[in-house]
Design a protein around this ligand. Structure first.
Ligand SMILES: N[C@@H](CCC(=O)N[C@@H](CS)C(=O)NCC(=O)O)C(=O)O
Length: 247
């Protein structure tokens, strides 16, 4: 893990005595969820880049924070009871920050159930399926027709579910929430998943609305220089990212 973290351009001023949340991050759809939420909530934070192309997700230091060797993760020095807390899994982090701030995660039970349903839908459906679609479309050493079709079709079905849902409401759970925050980074990469947003007009309208939010723009603007230089065809990178087994 590198300590050299560039704070986003318009990070909120740090309040004296309130240490910032540490965001263990790499610019991917799962990482973006948390940078967006931190920006939306105006919480002070520092970015700790974890170069997953170099295997920094496997360092003992990081595994103590994120035992699944995946980004994102956070350390909140001012956790419950005023003591530090570590949180991994992007959905759990979004819920934690939503409860901590009272923002984008309604307290009302009916509204919260709707947000949870769409958040879990993203975590268990859209994210994993879109991830597999991207893998077989861009990273597999050779094209495998069955896998390409299966995952591209499933993502297409999921986009259709969002499109239908958004025909009657502005956001997935009614009001803008952590469910929208969880999905926007995946829809941003629609093309890589073999999807054409023009075929999903309600989803496209939602995407334009969400990505135009100042906090979302700030989060998407965070630059990690090393990430833009990663060559996925480099055998060393592929050996780190693909074919992982129990250690
Ligand atoms: N379910 C996890 C998934 C996280 C995940 O897959 N992160 C990827 C980047 S998007 C990662 O850290 N990959 C590192 C690796 O594959 O070793 C979450 O939502 O936090």
């Amino acid at each position: 893990m590198k300590r050299a973290a560039r704070r986003p351009a318009k990070a909120p001023p740090r309040r004296a005595g309130v240490p910032p949340i540490e965001l263990y991050y790499w610019p991917t759809p799962n990482g973006w969820k948390i940078s967006i939420m931190l920006e939306e909530c105006r919480l002070p934070y520092v970015v700790r880049p974890v170069d997953i192309s170099k295997g920094e997700q496997f360092t003992p230091e990081f595994l103590r924070i994120s035992p699944n060797n995946r980004i994102p993760a956070i350390v909140d020095p001012s956790g419950p009871g005023g003591r530090p807390i570590t949180v991994f899994e992007s959905g759990a982090i979004l819920q934690y920050l939503g409860r901590k701030t009272g923002k984008f995660y309604p307290r009302d039970e009916r509204a919260r159930v709707a947000v949870d349903a769409w958040l879990f839908w993203q975590m268990a459906g859209l994210g994993p399926m879109a991830g597999q679609a991207v893998h077989f479309r861009r990273y597999a050493p050779e094209p495998i027709a069955y896998a390409l079709e299966r995952y591209t079709d499933e993502v297409n079905r999921l986009y259709g579910v969002m499109n239908t849902r958004l025909a009657t409401r502005a956001f997935l759970a009614g009001r803008y929430s952590i469910a929208d925050i969880a999905c926007v980074g995946w829809v941003r990469l629609a093309e890589r998943q073999g999807q054409d947003l023009a075929q999903f007009p309600n989803l496209e309208r939602w995407f334009e609305t969400v990505r135009a939010r100042p906090a979302v723009r700030r989060a998407f603007a965070i630059r990690i220089e090393a990430a833009s230089k990663v060559d996925i065809n480099d055998p060393k990178v592929r050996a780190v990212l693909f074919g992982q087994k129990a250690r």
